[in-house]
Design a protein around this ligand. Sequence first.
Ligand SMILES: [Zn+2]
Ligand SMILES: [Zn+2]
Length: 218
Amino acid sequence: MRNLETILNESASRHRHLCPRQVLGARMGLAGAAALGLTIPRTDKRLLIILETDGCFADGLEVATGCTVGHRTLKVVDYGKVAATFIDVKTEQAIRAAPQLDVREKSWQFAPGETRHYFAQLVGYQQMPDKELLTLQPVHLQTPISQIVSRPGVRVNCTACGEEIMNEREVWRGAAALCQSCTGNSYYLPTPLPLSRGMPASSDPTLTRCHNDSMIQL
Ligand SMILES: [Zn+2]
Ligand SMILES: [Zn+2]
């Protein structure tokens, strides 16, 4: 297992800076995996992490654990909270990690001589023992792990829009499979403008076409 300093160096190189939330992500990754008895960084899919915000925190966590969105071992459920649940996919044990409620205040004790909040947290979060920094709570997932992970190669087309849905994310209405958007549970609404109207000419080299034929800025 790599030490905290190595992890933080790699995480910071993604940002050109190191910040307290990256430290929390790294510390949480180390503690969460240890609580499950799993070594990290992982190159397999045994450890699944559901984190509750994006941002710098996610990078610390990702570097520490080796879990990534690309490997389908890291999922964001955006509650806007610096917290994450660590799941051993094999044993189905799940542990949620979050900072102790008073870590900001407590960080001063672990950064002697520091007078600035930000740097007290940056240093303090690296020094605090796990017990002072984090809460680790065994939890029961509301959705079965087998459903979260799903099975490779499972695909169905949405009855309404025709687009393909992977990983059993469709919603069944009788015999009809619908995507989340077509059930009304969508994060977007289509605009009345047809695709490409008002867009710059396609000769612009900084623009390319994405798969659904709309223009995207590179
Ligand atoms: Zn940051
Ligand atoms: Zn659809």
